[in-house]
Design a protein around this ligand. Structure first.
Ligand code: ADP
Length: 515
């Protein structure tokens, strides 16, 4: 009997270890013995993070290729608002605009507080100290920015730059020209479908398998693969897996390619993920389409200067200078759909341009009126998703008058907004402007875990040799909520780190962190 039970236990142990091995190997594809193409560094994804990584890797001497699944580069980066947080730059805008010098440590504190203390300080430190370096690099390569600095929600300093055309396209075009000038190969319509590792969950990452119109091919990465594949705001199933209420009825500002497979493929080789349930809604998207167009950036740049947000009844519903998550939830819980950003003629030059407003007025995205009465009349006659609102003019007038007294007295008694002397304006006279706005899924804060050297770590906390990541595909940098204008800086800085570390094994050292 004793002999029999020993035998049974042995059989069970062998069986369970076979099953375990089977489960671990499931989905594992052994690396090819022969590769179709070989490079030192393979960068996957052509948004700002991937473009920065490819450029940095090439400039550091590595034979580099950029892989992009869409017929064009740019990803979400090309359709974002072109705003960039940096505590300083070679333009000395702070001095020019009469602002005190920016403080990197305050930028770090704001970013960590803005993500409810979940951001990893070591990662935040990298992007904050690296952001002026990357901005200066773009400026040296022809990027133009407007002569203004804004205080975007959650930031306590005026540190946000806006590109000339107020669009991420300005940055992507600058980067793409840098890539072309260096003859760095870019393969479009080429989708990564697998990451090769030596063994299931073990060993070096060796390369990737890609799908093209002609079929599949295997690309060897001698030094490493850089994942820069962006987030998953456009993948409704993946979104809902982590946040069930963000269902198909909630629109997105994202491009169709923001489907998160880069994260899943990394998980397949053991990568860890973090903060996947933190998904940001952009509070100021076009209410009819959910798109972040040229006009939708204006409400983001305005609050530091006295812009007021009102609900469909003309009442304030939030501290306008608050973070995006606070603004979005307040809008969703306000008097109803949609809400409006209100400002007047005197403020225009502080945070926008007449050209952008004219563009918006042609499309009914900006409503202009000589008086508040006329403004309300126009808003009430304009359908939003086929429905008309019924704003009360006296309510709106009372709201603006009350806000004016707050500006005069330096204290926002209703919502506690910081009134900045000399910066925050009251609205005493028309013409007035209104921009309709509503939340739309914008940024997925979660993603693969990385070290400050952009090395991807696995579920046991170990570095996965040969796998790097940068940009929205990563998690841990923004916590529960990313502050507006931090994303492009983060993606560019970690793109450079990932590219350089993949190429040389050494990370760049930023001024201020070089002691
Ligand atoms: P980031 O701001 O982090 O650079 P973007 O969304 O701007 O992110 O860019 C990510 C890019 O990665 C997009 O252009 C997207 O089409 C591309 N991408 C996503 N998944 C893949 C994939 N599986 N293979 C190749 N490219 C991908």
């Amino acid at each position: 009997m004793k002999k029999f039970s020993h035998l049974l236990i042995t059989i069970l142990l062998v069986l369970s270890s076979c099953l375990g091995a089977f489960a671990q190997d499931k989905g594992f594809i052994p690396p090819p013995t022969e590769w179709d193409e070989t490079y030192d560094v393979v960068v996957v994804g052509g948004g700002v993070a991937g473009l920065a990584a490819a450029y940095a890797s090439h400039m550091a001497g590595a034979d580099t290729v950029l892989i992009e699944k869409m017929p064009f580069v740019g990803g979400n980066s090309i359709i974002n608002g072109g705003i960039y947080a940096s505590y300083t730059s070679k333009l000395n805008l702070n001095e020019k605009l009469g602002l005190p010098p920016g403080n990197p440590e305050v930028h770090i504190q704001d970013s960590i507080a803005g993500g409810d203390n979940l951001p990893d300080p070591k990662l935040v430190e990298q992007f904050v100290y690296g952001s002026p370096v990357m901005l200066n690099l773009l400026l040296d390569n022809g990027l133009k920015v407007r002569d203004m600095l804004t205080r975007v929600g959650g930031h306590s300093e005026f540190r946000t730059y806006t590109t000339e055309n107020q669009g991420g396209v300005d940055i992507v075009v600058t980067q793409y020209e840098m890539i072309k000038r260096e003859n760095i190969p870019v393969q479009l319509n080429t989708k990564m479908v697998y990451i090769y590792r030596e063994e299931p969950m073990k060993g070096n990452v060796l390369g990737i398998k890609v799908q093209t119109k002609e079929g599949t091919k295997n690309i060897r990465a001698l030094n490493g693969v850089v994942l820069a594949t962006g987030g998953f705001s456009a993948d409704i199933a993946m979104r809902q897996l982590h946040v069930p209420w963000i269902d198909p009825s909630v629109p997105t500002t994202n491009h169709v390619g923001a489907t998160g497979e880069g994260i899943k493929l990394a998980q397949q080789v053991g990568a860890n993920t973090i903060h996947m349930s933190h998904i940001q809604l952009y509070p100021f998207a076009d209410p009819n389409t959910g798109i972040l167009d040229l006009v939708a950036v204006i409400p983001c740049n305005g609050p530091g200067f006295g812009m007021v947000y009102v609900d469909s009844n003309g009442e304030r519903y939030v501290n306008e200078a608050e973070r995006r998550d606070v603004n979005s939830m307040a809008a969703l819980n306000s008097n109803g759909f949609p809400t409006f950003a209100i400002f007047n003629e005197e403020m225009i030059d502080l945070f926008t341009t007449r050209e952008d407003l004219a563009w918006g007025m042609e499309r009914n995205r900006v409503i202009k009126a000589a008086t508040l009465e006329e403004l309300v009349e126009k808003l009430n006659s304009l359908p939003f998703k086929g429905e008309n609102i019924n704003m009360n003019v006296n309510t709106l007038k009372a709201t603006i008058e009350r806000h004016n007294t707050f500006v005069e007295n330096g204290v926002d008694e209703d919502f506690g907004k910081a009134i900045e002397p000399g910066m925050t304006r009251a609205m005493y006279a028309g013409p007035y402007y209104a921009i309709p706005q509503w939340p739309s899924v914008h940024h997925t804060m979660g993603g693969v875990t990385i070290t400050p050297e952009a090395k991807v770590t696995d579920i046991w906390g170990e570095v996965i040799p040969g796998l790097f990541a940068a940009g929205e595909v990563t998690g841990g940098i923004h916590g529960t909520n990313r502050l507006g204008s931090n994303a492009v800086a983060d993606a560019l800085v970690f793109g450079k780190i990932a590219g350089e570390v993949a190429a040389t094994g050494k990370a760049p050292v930023w001024p201020g962190l070089d002691k």
